[in-house]
Design a binder for this molecule. Sequence first.
Ligand code: PAF
Length: 279
Amino acid sequence: MLTIFQTREEIQAYRHQLGDDLAFVPTMGALHRGHSSLLASAMEHNPITMCSIFVNPLQFGNVNDLDTYPKTLEADIDLLGKEGVRFLFMPTPEDLYGAGVDSPKIDIAPLHDIYEGKMRPGHFDGVLKVLYTFFHLIQPNHVFFGQKDLQQCMVVEKLIAQCFPMMELHICETVREESGLAMSSRNTRLSEEGKIHAAQIFKSLNEIGGNLDNGMDFNEAFNLSKEHFASCRIEIEYLDLINLPNMDAASHRKKETRQALVFAGVLEGVRLIDNVILD
Ligand code: PAF
């Protein structure tokens, strides 16, 4: 049975009854197969799993994006029930942030000002604020995040290292449609044709990855793929080869370094992100 906590006070009052071993999956709702897979990984690790559904206003720079963020609460609760999740935390912004938990300054340099940090000023401050607050209240020892938000995963790694060293971060592989399109709550805003075009993102990332493995430099590989994006009417915001964890740009594939291709772009007014980790 799913128990729903709606306030910080409820969490604080019941937390000690949940035991020392608690897995946590934070979400903003509109749950899809990507979330199911995160929840399944968490449950496999620990059947005492808490999920949160909270559309965090602090991480949206654009009010329209916040207002149009999909909300499917009834279906979400059904899905949590089916996955066997035991606890759901679903606070309001007023409750979560009112007379708030003070969060310390967390140093995420250089991630603050690049890629998602640059395109969405203030976004990671909002993510850090909500995650610090959740981790502090819920005290999970295992937390689960999707690789699709790779930069967010790197930010969480820094948050955990600085503030919650006993917590273990699990980065779960991106779940994709059959076409290769990464699952995202925002995909519901794409037309059927848009969804077909959006599948080009993963195809191109793999093609670039293959060319890099064959010794091509990144600029050349990227230039070859530009035409595919244009023919699918995808406007590229960024597409880079980066070194992990600090996401500094690289010009060549270095097999001994952990590298990834990161992408963000806009299609039919919908912002899409994706990445592949090269191994
Ligand atoms: O990835 C998300 O859905 C959000 O950024 C998160 C981690 C739930 C924080 O609001």
